[in-house]
Design a protein around this ligand. Structure first.
Ligand code: AMP
Ligand code: MG
Length: 408
């Protein structure tokens, strides 16, 4: 058996071992894509000192007393003002540039219009009030986004705010999915005796869609060696293929021999529960290239947990994301448990389904931790990582991994 940490150390670096092609896309189409190069700002945001209020631009040096002032110009947003005439004030509106010679804004609610077009103020201003300074949001030359970021709506807004219409992103990856099992039937079909509904494919395809990859699912493959090998071959033009089920040593388990027919395989018994049997390798392409392969257990919880802990971070790195961003291990948090764990597995660490009802509160344990119980994944907010052989008493701390961290 191999420890999970050891396995991750062996396989994750392989995802960074090649250079991924990049393409330029309009920012409107960049959502969820991975940035291929850092973006610097070529300008200050805001570009000019400007007013954050409707009011009057003034020079604080003109306020030894509160005498009425003449209004020497009117500056609306989009205007380019003249310098402020000494001893006067300028009418100004939100977003309009502060004129040279002014250093503060008095809001219009503090102003009173006098006869003869003069204006007086209730109190003296302090320097800088209601002024937004050039570059206070983004300074010219600043790195706005780093390579390897997954682009969010706010980041698209930032790019627009510095006038950038297109960005360089890594190409989208193509991921193949197949689920093995002669007992499987798709929803919409009636169930015959001995059959079960295929759910793994739907979980995976949804999680892959959330990662913004191009998903090619072959669906259900019967437990026959040649069918399995043919299915793998069909998906070999993908960047990565994942399969569920058939990865153990039983007579009906054909994944390992099938991969050996069409590519190369390394398989492990991982010292982690759920998710013990796992296969990893590649499928050969006709053009001499290779496609990565992960074979995961068929049990719905095992396959989902293995996907989240092992495959998703590998794929994220394959997509060009930063290894640190993809690694969930630094994201675990210490939490007290509201349950006891008295019969630990002596040989395998365990990832149990738990719920954190309120932030920082004690973790509750889902009563049925069987690897076939998908309701546990729906109920839970995350996984608690329990070291092998460790008894845990109520009130003691464990490492907690929130699902949001695993899917961020
Ligand atoms: P296997 O890993 O093929 O031995 O499958 C382990 C268990 O998971 C069996 O009970 C299967 O019926 C179940 N299983 C396999 N594939 C799926 C699937 N696609 N959806 C739901 N359950 C599955
Ligand atoms: Mg099976």
């Amino acid at each position: 058996m191999i420890e999970l940490n050891e396995l991750l150390q062996q396989i994750w670096p392989l995802a960074n071992s090649h250079v991924l092609a990049a393409e330029e896309v309009p920012i409107q189409q960049a959502l969820g894509r991975v940035l291929a190069q850092a973006v610097h700002s070529t300008l200050n945001v805001p570009q000019h000192d400007n007013s954050s209020m409707d009011g009057y631009a003034v020079n604080t040096a003109d306020f030894p007393s509160l005498k009425p002032f003449a209004v020497s110009q009117r500056i609306a947003a989009g205007h380019s003002p003249d310098a402020l005439m000494p001893g006067t004030v300028a009418r100004i509106f939100t977003g309009a540039p502060i004129p040279k010679g002014a250093n503060a804004v008095i809001m219009q609610e503090e102003a009173e219009l006098e006869d003869g077009g003069l204006v007086s103020f209730k109190s003296a201003p302090s320097a800088g009030q209601w002024v937004r300074y050039a570059g206070e949001d983004i300074a010219e030359g600043q790195v706005v986004l780093a390579a390897g970021e997954v682009i969010t709506p706010f980041q698209i807004g930032l790019l627009a705010s510095i006038g950038i219409p297109t960005v360089r992103v890594f190409r989208r990856l193509k991921v193949g999915v197949l689920v093995t099992g002669s007992e499987l039937v798709n929803p919409g079909q009636p169930l015959q005796a001995g059959q079960i509904y295929n759910s793994n494919e739907f979980v995976w395809v949804s999680m892959l869609q959330e990662m913004n990859v191009d998903v090619h699912s072959l669906g259900i493959v019967q437990d026959r060696l040649q069918d399995t090998a043919d299915a793998l071959q069909k998906l070999s033009d993908c960047d990565l293929v994942i399969s569920s089920g058939g990865v153990s040593e039983g007579e009906e388990d054909h994944i390992k021999p099938a991969v050996e027919r069409v590519g190369q395989l390394r398989s492990w018994k991982v010292a982690a529960k759920p998710g013990k049997p796992m296969a990893f390798g590649h499928i050969n392409r006709k053009d001499g290239g290779q496609c990565w392969f992960f074979g995961m257990p068929g049990n719905p919880v095992s396959s989902a947990v293995t996907f989240l802990l092992v495959v998703r971070p590998f794929l994220a790195q394959l997509m060009g994301q930063h290894p640190e961003r993809a690694d969930w291990r630094p994201k675990v948090q210490k939490r007290k448990v509201g349950f006891e764990w008295l019969k630990p597995d002596s040989r395998r660490e365990e990832f149990v389904r738990v719920k954190e009802s309120h932030v920082g509160g004690p973790l509750q344990l889902f009563p049925n931790q069987s690897s076939g119980v998908l309701t546990s994944m729906n109920w839970a907010t995350g996984l608690a990582r329990i070291p092998k052989g460790q008894v845990i008493l109520e009130g003691e701390e464990v490492d907690y991994l929130d699902f949001r961290e695993l899917t961020a």
